[in-house]
Design a protein around this ligand. Structure first.
Ligand code: MF3
Ligand code: CO
Ligand code: CO
Length: 336
């Protein structure tokens, strides 16, 4: 591990020299007894950089829009009752099934040389063909129809004109709004030949999500989910992102409860049949900390090591948990 020099690129990914960017803050932190300044990236390492965005895509008039589609601001309350009615659950099931179909379209477009903007284009068309609205489009002003988070990007990467490179990993986070319900899922996909450490990261992140889901049953607590995830991640020497959590989902994109992916002793809410929420751990090779690009969305690891994520939307049932965003034909793993 070599130390980063003042004229090296800042590990935050800004493209500025370290001395013109975060060096001052890091020195101050080390003087105050905090963490040492980050190590320089490995030779040949190339940080993901912001590329240009294409203009906003249109949604045809016949597609029913969520309340924020024009203003950018969701209106509904984050919490109402957390227990959905059978009628709401039916509509959410369908939204989740269609979200899965849109994700499969997005995944099929991934290969070296394809821009994340092109993935946005095909996914945008897929939502519309399925009769739904791309939930992320103008959500708090977000400009695209899915999130594409490459390599050290933890989440909320914006599709742009950067071509995917052989060896990248990319998380595709797809959310559809249809029949008044949001269905949300994501997967991290390998682009061409990916190094072994990154493949291990992606595999363990999937296992973390499934272990988190396996902790769900009526009477368990929200914190049991994060405990299961954190134990597995740290057992494999990875770290768990704390700043972004799973969320209740239904008529609103993000509702209560919040679902931390690490053990948070205060998350003592009891799970009950009829609750619906996402479990979407972000697992890092190095530090769990992030910095945000100047676009105010793209969250990258502070040390530029890689991060992976998987997400399912789930329903708590009397018998355990039903995954609403499973691939078609896959058996439910946790109906006890
Ligand atoms: N789909 C993301 C999630 O899992 C949220 C994206 S919100 C956006 O919660 F505004 F960034 F698109
Ligand atoms: Co998502
Ligand atoms: Co989500």
């Amino acid at each position: 591990m070599s130390k980063i020099g003042p004229n090296d690129p800042c590990p935050c990914g800004s493209g500025k020299k370290y001395k013109r960017c975060h060096q001052g803050r890091d020195l101050l932190r080390s003087l105050q007894g905090g963490e040492p300044p980050p190590a320089a990236p490995a030779p040949g390492f190339r940080a993901v950089r912001p590329y240009a965005l294409r203009p906003r895509r249109e949604v045809p008039a016949h597609i029913v829009r969520p309340d924020y589609a024009v203003s950018g601001r969701p209106q509904g309350p984050r919490s109402r009752t957390l227990i959905k009615t059978p009628e709401q659950i039916e509509r959410l099931r369908r939204a989740c099934r269609l979200a899965r179909q849109a994700l499969e379209v997005a995944k099929a477009a991934v290969k070296p040389g394809v821009t994340t903007d092109e993935i946005d284009r095909v996914t945008h068309e897929a939502y519309i063909a399925l009769g739904g609205y791309p939930s992320t489009l103008n959500y708090h002003g977000y400009p695209k129809s899915l999130c594409t988070s490459v390599n050290e990007v933890i989440c909320h990467g914006i599709p742009d004109l950067r071509p995917l490179e052989n060896g990248d990993i990319v998380n595709l986070d797809v959310t559809i709004y249809i029949d008044g319900m949001h269905g949300d899922l994501s997967e991290t996909v390998l682009v061409g030949d990916v190094d072994e450490d990154s493949r291990a990261l992606v595999a363990v992140t999937y296992e973390c999500m499934m272990r988190g889901i396996g902790a769900v049953k009526p009477g368990a607590m929200v914190r049991d989910i994060g405990r299961a995830i954190q134990e597995h991640a740290e057992g494999k020497s990875f770290s768990v992102v704390k700043a972004f959590v799973g969320h209740g989902i239904g008529e609103q994109f993000h509702m209560d409860p919040q679902v931390p992916h690490y053990f948070d002793s205060s998350a003592t809410r009891e799970l009950a049949a009829g609750m619906t929420f996402t479990i979407e751990p972000m697992i890092n090779q190095g530090s769990w900390k992030h910095v945000t690009w100047e676009d105010n969305w793209t969250a990258v690891t502070v040390d530029l090591k890689r991060s992976a994520q998987f997400e399912h939307t789930i329903l708590v049932t009397e018998r355990g948990v039903e995954i609403l965003t499973l691939p078609e034909g896959m058996a439910q793993p946790f109906q006890h």
